[in-house]
Design a protein around this ligand. Sequence first.
Ligand code: NAP
Length: 300
Amino acid sequence: MLTGMHVAVIGGDARQLEVIRKLTELDAKLSLIGFDQLDHGFTGASKVKIDEVDFSDVDAIVLPVHGTNMEGEINTIFSNEKVVLTEPLLRQTPNHCTVYSGISNDYLDGLITITGRKHVQLFERDDVAIYNSIPTVEGTIMMVIQHTDFTIHGSRVAVLGLGRVGMSVARTFASLGAHVKVGARRSEHIARITEMGLEPFHLNDLENNVKDIDVCINTIPHMIVTASVISKMPAHTLIVDLASKPGGTDFRYAEKRGIKALLAPGLPGIVAPKTAGQIVANVLSQLLSDDLKKRKENKK
Ligand code: NAP
C-alpha cells in the first residue's frame, strides 16, 4: 500500500490513467496536474493547477513517458493548461522526492543534476522494455499486414538486432510461419538466434542477406539500413523501422528507390494504451512502495 505517500501526476496521455487508477487503489494521495478536462474522477485524487500544489509535501513526481520537452513543458492531452517543470518548483520538493518518466532529455537531465533529485527512467529498465516489446510486436504485425499484399506466413523476414524488441519480433514472426533471419553483431546473439531455430547472420554481411527478403524489421537505433543495403533489396520489400527516432534507415534513399519504409515509433501507446499504461503502473507502484518502505525503515 502507498498510504501516506503524496504523488504529483503531471500530464500525459491515456496510459497515465492506468497509473492513476493503480496508485489510487494503493491509497496514495494524488495531485493530478493537467487533467482538468478529464471527465472521470478518481477517489483520493484531486485535479489541481500546478501553482495550487504544495510541492514541499510531494514524495514523487510522475511525468508522462516523454518527460518534458526541451523547454520543460509537459504534454497534457487532458488540459489546455501550459504546464512547465521548473527548477524553483523542483527545489520546493523534499530531498527524497523522486521524479519518474519513461525517457529523458537534456532539459530534464539538467534539472535533475542542479536540484540533486533522483530520477528514474522507467523505459531503461529491462522489465519494462521486455513487457513493452509485447504490444510493440502486435503493432508491428498490424503494420506489416496493412502495408503488404502477402501473408506473413511463408514470407521472408529479416529482423535487425536481437535486443529486447528484436527477440520478441523474431520469435513472434517465426511462430506466424514466416522464414525469419536475424542480423546481430555479437557471437552470443548469433548463438541465441541459432538456438531459437532461426537463421542467424552477422551484420557485416547485411547486404548479402537482404537480397531475397519481403520484410525488413529494424530494431537497431543506429544508421544500419543504408542506401547501399536498400539498393540490394527486392523492389517489393517493406521496411518497418522500430528504432527510436530518427530510426536506422535511410528513408530518403528508400523513397527515391520506391521502397516502402515506415518509421513506427511509440507502438505500445498506439495499439494498446491500456496495457502500455498497466506496464508502467505495475512497475511504478512497486518502485514507490519500495521507496516508502525504505524511508520508513530509515526513520526507525
Ligand atoms: P536493446 O535491447 O538495447 O537492443 C538494441 C539492439 O541493437 C541490440 O541487439 C544491440 O546489439 C543492437 N545495436 C545497438 N547499436 C548497434 C550498432 N551500432 N550496430 C549494431 N547493432 C547495434 O533495445 P530494445 O529495447 O530492443 O529497443 C530497440 C529500439 O526500439 C530502441 O531504439 C527503442 O527505443 C525502440 N523501441 C521502439 C518501440 C516502438 O514502438 N517502435 C517500442 C519499444 C522500443 P548489441 O547488444 O550488440 O549492442
